[in-house]
Each structure stands twice: as C-alpha cells, then as structure tokens.
Design a protein around this ligand. Structure first.
Ligand code: UD1
Length: 416
C-alpha cells in the first residue's frame, strides 16, 4: 500500500496550477453518452476516479481515447446494462450514467451504488425524478432497473438540492419530450459547466446556476469540444496547505468567483487573499484565529473543504466549531488529527476544535479522499515526520499532489 511521508514545518512558497475539476469532468464524461457523434473534453484531470469513469464508459460500448490534455469519447450505440457491482462501488459517480442511458436506450440496469465511508448516500432523489419523467423503476437483488417508452418533460421539485440528482435529471430531460422544470436544483459551478456542455451539443437548458432549471428536450444531441472548469476544491486545498505553513503562494488556473465561499472564510481567519482574473495569491504570514464553519450547498462553505479546513483550525488561535450538514459521517479525519496532537471533541455533526500551538508527526491513515488531504495539510505543519497510509484515496481526487507540494517547498515523499 503506498503512503506519503511528510517532514513538516516547511513554509510553502511559489506557484501551483490546479487542474480541471474532477466533479465537472465526471458528469460531462457521462453526458457524452447522450451524443450521436464524438466529443472531445479538455482539462480532464489525470485521476483514479477519471480512469474508473473511462473504464465504465468503455464497458458501455463507448470508445474513449486520450487526446492531448483531453479525451475523445464516441458512443454510437450505448449498451445499457452495467452488471458489475465492482465498477459502481469503485466510483460513486457511476450513477450519473443512469440519466443518459435511460434517455438514449429507454432502459438502464445498474448495480445500486450503496454507501461509502462518508455516509449512506441514497439515490432516492435521482429515482423519484426519473419516475416523474415517466420511467418505471424496479429495484431488487442489488440492482436498479429503469425503463420507459419515452421520457416526458415535467415539473420536479428536489427535496434537497442534490448535485448528482440535478445532473442526472438534467441529462435525462435533455432528450425528453417537452419541457422539464427542476426546482430547488443544485447551483454548484459544476452544474453550470454540465449545462454549458449539453447546450453546446444542441441542448436547451436555461437557469443552470439558479434554483430553477428549465430544460426543453431535443430529439438529438451531437458531440462537441468542451473544456472543463478548474477544480475549486483542489485550489482550496492548496490555499489551506499554504495557510497552515504560514506560506505565501500563487494558485493559477482558478475562477476566483467559484472560490468565494472558501476565500471569504480564509480572510476571516486572518489570511490575505488577493484575486486576479484567473489566479489568487494566498499570504498567510499573519496570526490565524479560530473561525466557525457550517457546510452547506453552494454558495455555502463546501463539505469537500471541511476536512482540510479542520486541519487549519487545529493550530489556529482559539476555539472553532465545525458543523457538517451535508454528509452524516464526514469526521473520519478527526481521530487521526487527534493522534497528531489536535484537540477535538465531536458531538453529533459538530466538532469543537481547540487550537493547539503545534501538531506532532505520527502514523495516520487516509480514510477517504478529503480526509486524506486534511492529513497531508496537518502533516505540513507538524513537528517531525508523518506517514499517511492508504493514499489511494488521495489519488482518486488530487493529481500529483506530492509533486505539486514538493515544487512549493514541502518535503513529501511517496513510498510504494
Ligand atoms: C457531489 C460531489 C461531492 C460533494 C457533494 C456535495 C461529485 C462527483 N461529487 O456528490 O464531491 O461532496 O456533491 O457537494 O460531484 N442525497 C439524498 N438522496 C439523493 C441524493 C443525495 O438524500 O438521491 C443526499 C446525500 O446523501 C447527501 C446530500 O444529499 O447527504 C448531498 O448529496 P449530493 O449533492 O447528491 O452529492 P453527490 O452528487 O453525491
């Protein structure tokens, strides 16, 4: 099992460039199944999750080829059965092929995704929305099967603005008859990116990025070329890494607006953030004070930044409260931070972190993607060496994290 060994207390400085957004690239790759011809998607990050999506699309009959920084995806006639639980359990975002396959084949059978480390992650909102569009859904033996003669536009109100459900329904509705209105839709930048891609292919979606999305179905979508937006969570993670080492770094290839929920919080902590057109500069030379956060759907503070932020709070001055409202089990990094000397008390979905003067290196393990990133951040500030195990979780979502941090002055080595 590979691990990272980090020798802490090196101040980060220099420039780092973030890659394309994982959470945009995954639904956009799934949406390529909607198109008659070939699509080329640029700035797809080189990640394990992307490889898993590539394998899934290939199983579905698509040809996926690397083309420069992108992928060319062609799917003349998708196959509509995904039998393997292994494929779906390796990649939660597998569920995103349901909408496109239902719309294109009138039928899809997919293994139920099940939960993961951070929560039970039901897909009831995806299913209810597809039923509203006219699909008959049956569930049994660990599979969900959806069938329809045709999909018909309708009004769908989401009980919760789920990112995945909004994406799946937007994709299905793009080839439905008539108009679909999704209310209480997710408003994340990744939703807007997906809508822009579908519209490029000939779709008719308006209102993406607001709570009400109107989709007028079309009879056919055609492959197009699209560039994925930058990864706001990767950018936020490097900002937190610089901050915890009292460093000063420039983060390139970002959309500063997408980062507002993160940068406004960093400023409250005492970190100077200046914004350019497509970069930010994070200067963390001043004292950092404990500041509370509550995770919320965009434009609230992102749940994906909660763990990296918790590491930062573990050595901030004072006591902070971290409230996780999106996933029920997203504090798995906290006991590992405690092993490194952090003072954390957990009560339900609230963690109270009392800042300590210093963390100390220890052997810890990454339990999930963002928990892993949090441990790397804590290790950068810790006295002595930290060995972080199970870093395959980190590789699912961060491309060459060790190389990027080394270029910023960190001492981090991958041990295979
Ligand atoms: C996406 C992101 C993930 C991020 C999350 C929240 C991708 C590939 N992943 O995940 O990194 O942490 O958004 O910003 O884009 N829920 C239901 N029923 C459903 C669907 C969701 O109850 O049918 C609940 C979930 O259990 C969770 C909450 O809604 O508690 C948010 O989930 P959702 O927005 O759907 O997240 P994902 O799309 O899975």
């Amino acid at each position: 099992m590979p691990s990272f060994v980090v020798s802490g207390q090196k101040r980060l400085s220099g420039k780092v460039s973030v890659g394309g957004s994982k959470n945009s690239a995954l639904p956009i790759m799934a949406a390529s199944l909607l198109a008659q011809g070939c699509s080329t998607i640029y700035d797809v990050p080189a990640l394990l999750d992307i490889q898993n999506m590539t394998d899934l699309l290939t199983c579905l009959g698509a040809s996926v080829e690397k083309s420069g920084s992108g992928f060319s995806i062609c799917c003349q006639k998708p196959l509509c059965d995904i039998s393997s639980y292994e494929t779906v359990s390796r990649l939660r975002a597998s569920v995103l092929v349901m909408g496109p396959l239902l719309a294109r084949c009138g039928r899809v059978k997919i293994s139920m995704p099940g939960g993961c480390q951070i929560g039970s992650r039901p897909v009831d909102l995806h299913i209810k929305g597809m039923q509203a569009l006219g699909a008959k859904i049956t569930q049994g033996h660990g599979f969900i099967e959806a069938r329809c003669k045709s999909l018909t536009g309708t009004k769908i109100y989401l009980d919760f603005p789920s990112v995945g459900a909004t994406e799946n329904l937007m994709m299905a509705a793009s080839l439905a008859k008539g108009q679909t209105i999704i209310e209480n839709a997710a408003v994340e930048p990744e939703i807007v990116d997906l809508a822009n891609y579908i519209n490029l292919m000939g779709g008719k979606i308006v209102g993406a990025g607001t709570g009400t999305i109107r989709i007028t179905g079309v009879t056919e979508l055609n492959g197009q070329t699209h560039t994925v937006i930058p990864d706001r969570i990767e950018a936020g993670t490097y900002a937190a890494a610089a901050a915890i080492t009292r460093g000063r770094i420039q983060i390139d290839n970002v959309v500063p607006d997408h980062l507002k929920p993160i940068t406004s919080k960093l400023r409250e902590v005492g970190i100077a953030v200046t914004e350019g057109d497509s970069h930010i500069i994070v200067d963390a030379s001043d004292k950092q004070k404990a500041t509370d956060i509550k995770t919320l759907p965009y434009p609230g503070f992102p749940t994906d930044m909660q763990a990296p932020y918790s590491s930062l709070m573990s050595i901030a001055e004072g006591t902070s409260m971290v409230i996780e409202t999106i996933f029920e089990n997203r504090f798995l990094h906290m006991p590992e931070l405690v092993r490194m000397g952090a003072h954390v008390k957990i009560e339900g979905r609230t963690a109270v972190i009392e800042g300590t003067k210093k963390l100390s290196g220890a052997k810890v393990k990454a339990t999930d993607l963002r928990a892993g990133a949090a441990l790397v951040i804590a290790a950068l500030a810790a006295e002595g060496d930290t060995e972080i195990g199970e870093i395959e979780h980190i590789d699912r979502g961060y491309s060459e994290m060790d190389r990027k941090l080394t270029a910023l002055g960190a001492d981090i080595v991958r041990k295979d």
